[in-house]
Design a protein around this ligand. Structure first.
Ligand SMILES: [Zn+2]
Length: 453
């Protein structure tokens, strides 16, 4: 950097500091009343993650030759049926060694789309439920998923080799490893470990998964989609995994973004890199149908992709190797991703239900008024009121209160911050934050002039 540039930066910093000094006083850090509970005990430690098991899952899947969704469902040695068999067998084995509480379901269905030649095609999703212990929360699911189908260079070719180690054997391995790490525990809400088919044929398995959950009366508490999470080839590995979350209609607040923040809080800032967009540009994934239904859903993807190793029939051309092969994966990195997912699921499934109907009112007054409702819950300690500068990516705690209802934040402008509320359990587990929306104004009185500047 030359001296002029350095002088410019120093100048900019001191200008910012000077401007900051001109902002009128607002409560600078909130007023937490001392009740900041520690997160729930028993965190998943990185060393309990089994990298060998992750490798075995990926290798078994890759050894099926192809797992194209239009390949054979019945040949145990080659095709997508081979992939399904390995995943279902592994989940059943985990369930057995965890005392039999894991309920493995193979959901067979048919889907039609341009990538099934517009004819109904057989598909199967593999689901493993760990039922929640709390009768009121057992119909809320927190789920992790990868897709076990794969594709070669042509998405319509079910015959060519498509080992799909990274896309998405890696995501399936994370889902299965989460089941192994969590299946012996007891959680208030239901956990669900999934491997879907049909992703490459147009998110067919993800769409079906959403319908299946609705048909069976489940509410989606949060969906962690892991797709392409196994490679980390850049120098300095392991790096942070990216977590993509789309914004809502205003481009800012959405349940998915608050799920992403919950992931970062559970896993740590050194473990995940938040990316505030639905997905990589021009790409899709199984979380999309959930996001479109207004549900909290995010996508985990490795830090930097190598397109020679995705959606490519294995081959060497001019000395350049193409193909999605096991040897390109980094199992230390994949283990980190598994840990981040498992710890997030653990915390969210231990938490009370998120608050409902969170509103902010008080425009044109000096105080912000936050209100919310929540069901009775003997395991809940209370609620955290969260706030942030409109330019900040993360919430901080403004206050703790024990009951739902209306809370007046004295002297806090509604206009300079965003607000949210989350539930806190006696065990320290927090729900996903729920961002406050503007409270609908009372019925319009024609005598009252419209608020204006
Ligand atoms: Zn994929």
């Amino acid at each position: 950097m030359n001296t002029a540039a350095a002088a410019f930066i120093v100048g900019a910093l001191s200008t910012a500091a000077a401007l900051h000094g001109q902002d009128p006083a607002v409560p600078p850090q909130g007023k937490p009343s001392g009740k900041i509970l520690a997160p729930p005990a028993g965190a998943i430690s990185r060393k309990t993650v089994d990298e060998k098991a992750l490798r075995t899952t990926v290798e078994e899947l890759a050894a099926c030759g192809t797992r194209h969704s239009l390949s054979s469902w019945d040949d145990p040695g080659r095709g997508i049926g081979c992939g399904r068999d390995h995943v279902a067998a592994r989940l059943r084995e985990i369930g057995k060694s965890a005392g039999g509480r894991l309920n493995v379901v193979v959901d067979r269905f048919e889907s039609t789309g341009p990538r099934t030649h517009d004819k109904p095609a057989r598909m199967e999703n593999v689901l493993a439920f760990l039922p929640g212990s709390d009768p009121k929360l057992a119909k809320t699911v927190f789920l992790v998923s990868g897709h076990y189908d794969s594709m070669p260079s042509s998405v319509m070719d079910p015959a060519a080799d498509a080992p799909g180690a990274d896309d998405d054997g890696s995501g399936v391995a994370v889902s299965v490893e989460c089941a192994r790490l969590l299946a012996k525990g007891t959680y208030r809400a239901t956990l669900l470990f999934v491997a879907v088919s049909g992703e490459e044929q147009g998110l067919l398995g993800g769409k079906r998964l959403l319908d299946y959950l609705k048909e069976n009366g489940y509410q989606v508490g949060g969906f962690l989609n892991n797709d392409i999470v196994g490679a980390d080839f850049a120098p300095g590995a392991p790096h942070r995994v990216r977590v993509f979350s789309g914004g809502g209609p205003d481009g800012v607040e959405s349940p998915s973004r608050d799920l992403a923040r919950a992931v970062e809080e559970a896993a740590g800032r050194d473990a995940v890199r938040l990316v505030f967009r639905l997905d990589r540009l021009g790409r899709g994934g199984d979380h999309r149908p959930f996001v479109e239904a207004g549900l909290p859903a995010v996508r985990f993807t490795e830090p930097l992709e190598n397109y020679d190793h995705e959606h490519q029939t294995p081959r060497v051309e001019n000395g350049r190797e193409y193909g999605d092969l096991v040897k390109f994966l980094n199992f230390e990195f994949l283990g980190n991703v598994a840990r981040a997912n498992a710890e997030t699921l653990r915390r969210l499934a231990l938490a009370p239900a998120a608050p409902r109907d969170v509103t902010v009112a008080g425009g044109v007054t000096p105080d912000a008024k936050l209100a919310w409702s929540a069901e009775e819950d003997g395991e809940r300690e209370g609620f955290e009121i969260l706030w942030r500068e409109t330019t900040d990516p993360r919430w901080s705690v403004y206050d703790f209160v024990s009951a739902p209802g209306e809370n007046v934040l004295k002297g806090v402008s509604t206009d300079n911050h965003f607000f949210a509320v989350r539930s806190v359990g006696r065990n320290g587990a927090r729900s996903i934050p729920v961002a406050a929306v503007l409270k609908p104004p009372p019925p319009r009185d024609t005598a009252t002039p419209t608020p204006s500047s």
